[in-house]
Design a protein around this ligand. Structure first.
Ligand code: HEM
Length: 403
């Protein structure tokens, strides 16, 4: 932005390695540690973007739209350029002041009072799913708990009928496309090709169930709260941002509690710790791993000069394990106070608008389960699903010991 202010500054160090290689996607933490030590921003040569992996600077990139705009999209490629992979989200890809008006209208639809009315419905379904799972004893924590719960209750309150397998596939496509245009994107595009027409249709008004909050988005557009024609894009944003991330977060909480029985014992002894058990899992295994902004000119970040019109990824997965911010960051500690400090929900104007929904879902299903078990034991190797920008489990074999 201000060229005079950046002329004396160093350029960001260059990383020749690919953060999205199979090895780094499977276990991103060793590379994150090296990137944090290289500097406040690192130029990732294979993809031509700046990676920001420290907690303090990640917060700046997420929230200072004067230096880091969202108008180029929250993915790695610039949606303003020809061949964009999707149209702009009318909430997450506009800067203030326009964003402020849209966000206020959405917040009215999703007020805490509205979310509270879902509590009993969530609790009832959570009790049923937990009871069946404990009766079976040996389960897959992903399919039998997190997906069974979230894929049913969230589309129900949104008011859209979608087969679970299609939600998973379109989610995987979205979180792959937010990253580099690599083989993972090509593979998912091939698998999703037969359902892409359906995916466009299912977001249209005639597919909305009466009483869901998606229908309210269309009504708000009628009332002039949103620009004409943007309602299906709002529904898409909610649908995409709300399902896979919550599944990922609840799955990681289950995994960490199974690996740390002493932490589970703490939660059982003091159920109010369930909230922080979930937040701490979001910190340790952040579902959204990276979100992007674009420099608005030549800008400064942490004393380093960044080139104009270049993508900057804030890697919340790395920021959330930054030892500059967290003591013993690789330790899962359900007593750690992380809510509002970790970057898993972002920060600033675009901070996650659905965080209280994901908390309500997590507390419903995890609470119902934990009340019924003495122990949750690993029963085989957990497997992460290889997705460019989402840290989520494919399989989580568990034994539930009732008690
Ligand atoms: C554990 C679960 C969740 C995680 C980890 C998560 C993560 C995030 C993050 C990191 C952002 C900020 C993106 C940025 O900085 O560009 C965000 C924004 C957003 N989230 Fe979530 N999210 C979760 C659940 C949900 C749910 C349940 C909903 C739907 C109700 C939702 C809807 C949204 C929307 C619409 C935005 C855009 C807000 C804006 O731009 O003003 N999210 N989320």
């Amino acid at each position: 932005m201000n060229h005079a202010a950046t002329t004396d500054m160093a350029d960001a160090p260059v990383l020749d390695e690919d953060p999205f290689s199979d090895e780094n996607i499977a276990n991103p933490y060793p590379l994150f540690e090296r990137m944090r030590e290289m500097g406040p921003a690192v130029f990732v040569a294979p993809h031509g973007y700046y990676a920001v992996t420290r907690h303090a600077e990640a917060g700046i990139v997420a929230s200072d739209h004067t230096r880091f705009t969202v108008e180029g999209g929250v993915g790695m490629s610039d949606i303003r350029k020809p061949g964009a992979w999707r149209t702009r989200s009318p909430i997450s890809e506009i800067d203030p002041p326009e964003h402020t008006r849209v966000r206020a209208a959405l917040q009215k639809i999703l007020s805490p009072l509205v979310v509270k009315t879902w509590k009993d419905k969530f609790a009832q379904r959570a009790e049923e799913i937990a009871e069946q799972a404990v009766a079976r004893g040996r389960i897959d924590g992903v399919a039998d708990i997190t997906e069974a719960f979230v894929l049913e209750v969230f589309p129900a309150v949104l008011g859209i009928d979608v087969p679970p397998e299609r939600i998973k596939l379109t989610g995987e496509l979205n979180f792959n496309q937010l990253g580099p245009n690599n083989e993972r994107v090509a593979r998912t595009l091939r698998r999703a090709a037969p359902i892409m027409d359906w995916y466009q249709q299912v977001l249209q008004r005639d597919h909305m169930r009466p009483g869901g909050f998606a229908e309210k988005i269309y009504e708000a557009e009628d009332a002039g709260d949103f620009d004409a024609g943007t309602a299906p894009l709002h529904v898409r944003s909610f649908f995409r941002a709300g399902v896979d991330t919550t599944i990922a977060g609840i799955g990681s909480t289950l995994k960490l509690l199974s690996e740390h029985p002493e932490q589970l014992a703490l939660v059982k002894a003091n159920p109010t710790l369930l909230k922080s058990a979930f937040e701490e899992a979001l910190r340790m295994e952040s579902p959204a791993q990276v979100m992007f902004r674009t420099t608005t000119g030549e800008v400064e970040l942490g004393g380093v000069r960044l080139r104009a019109d270049t993508k900057v990824g804030y890697h919340m997965g790395a920021a959330n394990r930054d030892p500059r911010q967290w003591e013993d960051p690789d330790r899962y500690d359900v007593t750690r106070q992380t809510a509002g400090v970790h970057r898993a929900f972002g920060v600033g104007a675009h901070v996650c608008i659905g965080q209280m929904i994901s908390r309500l879902e997590a507390e419903s299903i995890l609470g119902a389960l934990i009340r019924r078990v003495q122990r949750i034991e690993p029963a085989g190797e957990a497997r992460w699903r290889p997705v460019n920008t989402l840290r989520t489990l494919d399989v989580l074999p568990l034994t539930l010991v009732a008690g």
